[in-house]
Design a protein around this ligand. Sequence first.
Ligand code: FCB
Length: 456
Amino acid sequence: MIFPEGFVWGAATASYQIEGAAKEDGRGQSIWDTFSHTPGKVAGGDTGDVACDHYHRHADDVGLMRELGLAAYRFSVAWPRMLPEGQGRVNPKGLAFYDKLVDELLNAEISPYVTLYHWDLPQALEDRGGWTSRDTAYRFAEYAQIVHERLGDRVSHWTTLNEPWVAAYLGYGNGVHAPGRRDPAAAMRAAHHLLLGHGLAARALREAGARSLMLVVNSAPVLTPAQVNDPEAAPGEADAAAAHRIHALLTRQFLDPAVHGSYPAEVLDAAARNGGLGHVQDGDLELINAPIDQIGINYYNPCVVEASPGEPADAAWPGSEGVRFAGADAPTTAMGWPIVPDGLSRLLARLSRDYPRVGLMVTENGAAFDDVVEDGRVRDRDRVAYLRGHLREVHRAIEAGADLRGYLVWSLLDNFEWAEGYRRRFGIVHVDYPTQTRTPKDSALWYRDVIGRNRL
Ligand code: FCB
């Protein structure tokens, strides 16, 4: 299986998950500092205080990327490192860090893919309402401009938000992520303000000359249990309606406004029943509908649902009344996530159909397994199988006509996996946290060969 010429191979990380140096060089506090330091929120009481110490080891980490032959590295900028209070005063040392990182990447002939928001909101802004406040969208656009002013001469690829669904619904809906609020109406407001922030930032970056803009969503095909192993299975009417509604809440809620300038009826209905639509102002959808070049897709597993009359809405899914989230008949990763590789090609086909004029990129895909180092080696055959299976589907989607431009594995390094802490290892490079030793796993060496040959 040969991939198209110029297909972008890379890896992804995020600031809070790898940087550490949480209190160094003037970095302000983020909602993830507050949350991880609150007892009971993160497995093992883990925090991002040190993480992979990437803040100090970035040069070596870029060296590793070069050895693997990565063409692209997707990382995020920590808003509170740049603007410790979220607005106003800029922290020159924060800027200097990303400045240096970008230069190192370019020296290694690796394209930087910068994400502006991967969940580490400045705590000072959360104290003023966080994403439930409209003001945060405007602060985000200002911050985006500041970062672009400094790095825009060397960075072409800009992503506004990573996974706004997760930021809104796990952060403000079921409280599993920072800031840990549990309020469906707040979550729906947050989702809208995240989108507004995306639109405002995208416009500002475009005006400033940004060449390539992307919105990254966590997306998945929404399947009934029978469809997991049989794409041709025809669901009953009630199950099909349940899947249709959840697809609207998960994916169309973000991509329809961004690409088409409108909310699906299912989202408007859920908002009307959860706090109302007062936060959606005239002109917002036009602002959100700023032209983007690519949709970034983070895919791990399908979403499996069935109709279940009388079922109350899940805390992370306002509007999901009458739907049961079901398990899949499939092997699972250490996260308990079902492994369904062809979910990726099914998803890519659907997105190509629904958003035909926008390019696609797989911006995250990967798996956690319980890796062990033996004689300096990590034989992670499960991860190799996972990646190979998904890359086959990537290839299949391209053959079927998807405008898919690249694939970024999650993640370069084992790192702080949010509420799961360090016990879940997603890296293709193993990190021994006490010594910060990096050991490329077998999957990294395998991936290097795939990249080198541009084929599977
Ligand atoms: C995604 C996140 C990423 C990582 C993976 C496993 O939802 O964007 O930071 O935690 O899941």
